[in-house]
Design a binder for this molecule. Sequence first.
Ligand code: BEZ
Ligand code: FE
Length: 292
Amino acid sequence: MALLPASTCRRLRFIFQTLIKYLHGFVNETDLTTDEWMAAIQFLTRVGQTCTPLRQEMILLSDVLGVSALVDSLNNPVEGDATENTVLGPFYTDDTVHIANGEGIASEGKGDYMYVEGQVLTTEGGPIPGAIIDTWESDSDGFYDTQYSNRSHPDCRGRLRSADDGSFGFRAIVPVAYPIPGDGPVGELLLTMNRHNMRPSHLHMMVEAPGYHKLVTAFYPEGCKFIQSDSVFGVKKSLVVKLEQIDDDDEARKRGFPVGASFKLMRLKIVMLTNEQFKYYRAKNAKSKETV
Ligand code: BEZ
Ligand code: FE
């Protein structure tokens, strides 16, 4: 096995010493019985055994315990009006449809019409042209295209670039709330804890531009009944958006919807940190001195 650099070894020792300290604290505080510890070991074993190349129950466990969201928040500090990061989730795929500004990501019948328009900006308010915007969402039945065994092509997902003034726009569908997988050990855990397994409606977005820190985020239309109780703790106040109802033939036609169609409008302002800004804020916010 290759030797690890000394700083990595130091960091690993620090991580394990801290983990053991809190684990012992937990066992002491709960006065854990031998049977309970054995049940915990069996539970974790089942979580591992439920994983397949297409299903990652271990990540799902981290998600419902709020650890994924916490790690994400620690590693992506909130700064000024920069758009906040949130959990990526398991449904991102590089296999997507490249679209031009103004085109659509969802095939007909996948859900109610929505148009997403916005601008990618610097923290000073300048435009970021040529940013690559990846977006994905479930259909109105609450399933991502990758959850269908007969998937033949990407649907409800697309990749486009911001224009010279940083603007972008695309047709999509109104997001709906959906359940995360509940038929495995993580589902049982949620039931035991009297928690539901729903995610509030959302549209995922990943934005990349040269010189800027990659943004992984999602936008949550206000009013969803699960917004205060997201099973994976991904909602942040700044990511909750208002959808406008548009009932205007000209506006529908302009955006490529059928004549007479009504649609929802999601307006977004995406503010990115430069790599230098990100490095500076991440170091400033670090809680531990024992970093690599
Ligand atoms: C999602 O939003 O796609 C997601 C995130 C975490 C766990 C499951 C799903
Ligand atoms: Fe999602």
